[in-house]
Design a protein around this ligand. Structure first.
Ligand SMILES: Nc1ncnc2c1ncn2[C@@H]1O[C@H](COP(=O)(O)OP(=O)(O)OP(=O)(O)O)[C@@H](O)[C@H]1O
Length: 370
């Protein structure tokens, strides 16, 4: 649906973006994330044909934006950061004006306008002057003008910026619905928005794409380690020793220990409990389970592999009940900071230009501090 091929934009004395390269398939909702000045708007303006790249090319559904700008633009709906509204116009007059501008045939205009009014929940507001509407409603009108000509690809620049929490929820819901039959690229500063809406994220920093992947896979691929937080009931020292003795484990850090029970259990008592357990394999170690406290630890895998099964079997073998186990992963926020802070970029072998795909990040030197 969209191909951005090695696109660079040089402003007079300044780099806008450099060698930006990605493509989007039909039906994807892609979040475009980056700090201020990273190059999101510049990229979006080039995709929508409002700005010419200095180098590189952009294809919309196979059509070159440089060679067939009119046809290519027909396939795109664009909501800029500030919606291009005429505050003195009524909603209906504005949408008719946009329909003319987009060349929608007169006999189709009424149906199209009725459809977007319904779709964006603008019924009852048609005659209202845009100036008098809330910011959330203005954003709906911005979305209405973007989809009026029924484009395949939607480019939304910070669509929820400046809205109150209720309006944010409403606009996100509309975007989710639009995503059912449009391909969507949306820029945002809001990390939870990516998790809420997108099946893929692109992170841009200092004009370069530094990461491309699925939000839920990024944590795995970007993490330097595989860590599991574990809560186990039983004698603290023995559990810690047991975990440390596992070849799959490279580190065990105690997070908290419940004083009652575990701390007070002597090694002799623990040994007795263990012996009981070994002799009566089908019996729950009643003494241990009911009277001992729990130890909470963060366990690090020796080679970044998933050690949850190994932990389960070892603790079960020793009859130390696991009360809780959770894979610890980097949040999108951790990843974002890792990729976009100057400190980490300085450590990068290519100054941050590495393009970390979720699947490839493990093998490449893409993490800035790798
Ligand atoms: N018209 C312009 N002339 C000169 N430099 C520009 C122009 N527009 C953008 N830039 C520069 O290009 C770089 C990328 O800016 P851009 O607006 O694309 O970033 P952004 O990621 O959209 O930022 P924000 O999140 O703040 O909107 C910045 O360094 C910016 O100062």
């Amino acid at each position: 649906m969209l191909e951005v091929k090695q696109v660079s934009k040089l402003y007079e004395n300044q780099r806008g973006v450099q060698s930006v390269d990605f493509s989007m398939s039909r039906g994807e909702i892609v979040g475009f994330l980056g700090p201020n000045g990273a190059g999101k708007t510049t990229t979006m303006r080039m995709i929508t044909g409002y700005l010419n790249p200095t180098h590189g090319s952009i294809l919309i559904d196979g059509l070159s934006m440089a060679e067939h700008p009119k046809k290519a633009r027909q396939k795109i709906g664009y909501l800029p950061e500030t919606p291009p509204l005429y505050p003195e116009m009524s909603v209906i007059a504005y949408l008719r004006f946009i329909a003319d501008l987009r060349g929608i045939p007169a006999k189709e205009q009424k149906n199209r306008i009725d459809e977007v009014i319904e779709r964006l929940g603008l019924e009852g507001r048609e005659r209202q002057v845009i100036r008098s509407l809330s910011k959330g409603y203005k954003q709906r009108i911005g979305l209405a003008q973007a989809i009026l000509h029924n484009p395949d690809l939607l480019i939304l620049d910070e669509p929820t910026s400046g809205l109150d929490p209720k309006q944010i929820i409403e606009i996100r819901q509309l975007i989710r619905e639009l995503g059912e039959n449009h391909t969507v690229l949306l820029s945002t500063h809001i990390l939870p928005e990516i998790n809420a809406l997108c099946n893929r994220v692109l992170i841009i920093n200092q004009g370069k794409i530094v990461l491309d992947g699925q939000p839920d896979q990024l944590a795995n691929s970007m993490g330097d380690t595989f860590e599991v937080s574990l809560e186990v009931k039983g004698p603290r020292e023995r559990i810690l020793a047991e975990l440390r003795s596992m070849p799959e484990v490279s580190g065990v850090r105690e997070l908290a220990a419940e004083a009652a029970g575990a701390e007070g259990l002597t090694d002799a008592e623990a040994t007795t409990a263990d012996a009981d357990n070994a002799n009566e394999a089908d019996r729950v170690p009643a003494a241990a389970a009911e009277t001992q406290g729990a130890v909470k630890v963060l366990v690090t895998a020796a080679d970044r592999t998933d050690i949850r099964e190994a932990l389960f079997y070892r603790m079960a073998e020793k009859r130390y009940p696991i009360l809780g186990m959770k894979k610890e992963s980097l949040s999108l926020e951790d990843i974002f900071l890792k990729l976009t802070t100057n400190e980490s970029l300085e450590g990068s072998s290519d100054g941050g230009a590495g393009n970390a795909s979720a699947s490839g990040a493990k093998d490449k030197e893409v993490t800035p501090d790798a």
